[in-house]
Design a protein around this ligand. Structure first.
Ligand SMILES: Nc1ncnc2c1ncn2[C@@H]1O[C@H](COP(=O)(O)OP(=O)(O)O)[C@@H](O)[C@H]1O
Ligand SMILES: [Mg+2]
Length: 337
């Protein structure tokens, strides 16, 4: 029997397509009761990972399980996991209700469930319209309705905000949050755009080139980036030394001649500088936004277009950001540059 936990566990998962390492040794866990964002630029390996989780692609190595089992051993998978992958097609001349009834029959749920899920996704009034005439946003909702037919414990959505207008994104956010939180379901949502899902997710897994760059709570990622102070001292070398002697080691010079200090307050730094007799001409708290952090975490991505140069992989946090906070410190600890 599966363990009924509603937990998704991805362990050392890898997929190679010929010479392309689409996914490399990826590990993360998604718990019920929260929405997890699976983020990375185009080509990062998100869809491949989700397809492995759903049993549509065979891993080269490692495994992905839901309720402790691979998808192929779930028994009645539509009751356990509902999914929306990229480019799902609908029969254009079939009405929304009939589309859903076909799928309902296939997984053994009663016809009336079609109308229930149409109501859940706000398409009740479009039940008798043909899916071929739907807008992209309506098609996304119909795909979600299809995923919900089996009342699954786990929802896996690949780029669900694509094609949604701001109102649609707001609706999706409220829907998924209550699905996850109030009903203790597990929700995993991929996106290449952090700002479209930022308001929607609690936990985040950021990947680039098939490798995990960050795995942890979004709050922690936010906090980790707000604790940097840029100091303009008379003698940068002396300040770095004084800080290090006092146990403040997350210190790095910036290209413009300042010193970036993470994990310390303006007051602490000012007091230490005064004690060491180092003049300080200015201090500034630096609040990098999440978008910039996302970009920095994934900028090593090389999508492989013709004529492009591969860039070195990202090795650590942006200068002056602490290696602490995020759960997977091995991705943060490398030297700068
Ligand atoms: N069936 C396939 N055959 C060959 N290469 C593939 C296949 N599917 C995906 N890839 C490659 O794997 C990498 C990851 O793709 P994908 O998982 O679609 O990324 P994402 O969903 O994050 O945009 C890309 O380099 C892509 O070209
Ligand atoms: Mg994709």
């Amino acid at each position: 029997m599966h363990d009924g936990s509603g937990r998704i566990v991805v362990q050392n998962l890898s997929k190679q397509f010929g010479a392309v390492n689409a996914v490399q040794n990826l590990s993360f866990t998604v718990e019920p009761g929260s929405v997890t964002g699976f983020l990375g630029p185009n080509g990062a390996g998100k869809t491949t990972t989700l397809r492995m989780l759903l049993g549509l692609v065979t891993p080269t190595a490692g495994q992905a399980t839901i309720n402790g089992r691979p998808h192929s051993q779930l028994g009645n998978p539509a009751r356990v996991v509902g999914s929306v992958l990229e480019n799902e097609g609908f029969h254009p001349s079939r009405t929304a209700r009939n589309h859903l009834r076909v799928y309902a029959a296939a997984i053994g749920v009663p016809d009336r469930r079609a109308d229930e899920v149409l109501g859940l996704v706000g398409l009740g009034s479009a039940a008798d319209r043909k899916a071929g005439g739907f807008s992209l946003g309506m098609r996304q909702r119909l795909a979600l309705a299809t995923a919900l037919l089996g009342d699954p414990q786990v929802l896996v959505l690949d780029e669900p905000t694509n094609g949604l207008d701001p109102e649609g994104i707001l609706w999706l956010r409220n829907f998924l949050r209550s699905y996850a939180r109030e009903q203790r379901r597990t929700v995993l949502v991929s996106s290449h755009l952090l700002n479209e899902v930022e308001q929607l997710i609690d936990q985040v897994v950021i990947i680039s080139q098939g490798v995990t760059r960050y795995y942890g709570s979004l709050d922690q990622l936010r906090k980790s980036q707000q604790s940097r102070v840029l100091v303009q001292p008379a003698d940068p070398g002396a300040l770095v030394k004084a800080l290090q002697e006092n146990g403040i080691t997350a210190v790095s010079p910036t290209p413009d001649g300042r010193v970036a200090v993470a994990g310390s307050s303006v007051q602490q730094i000012g007091d230490l500088a005064a004690k060491a007799g180092i003049a300080v001409y200015g201090m500034q708290e630096d609040h990098a936004d999440l978008e910039r952090m996302f970009f920095q975490l994934t900028q090593g991505q090389f999508a492989g277009g013709p004529g492009q140069q591969p860039q070195p992989q990202y090795q650590g946090p942006p200068p002056g950001y602490p290696p602490s906070g995020p759960q997977q410190q091995q991705h943060w600890g490398g030297p700068q540059r």
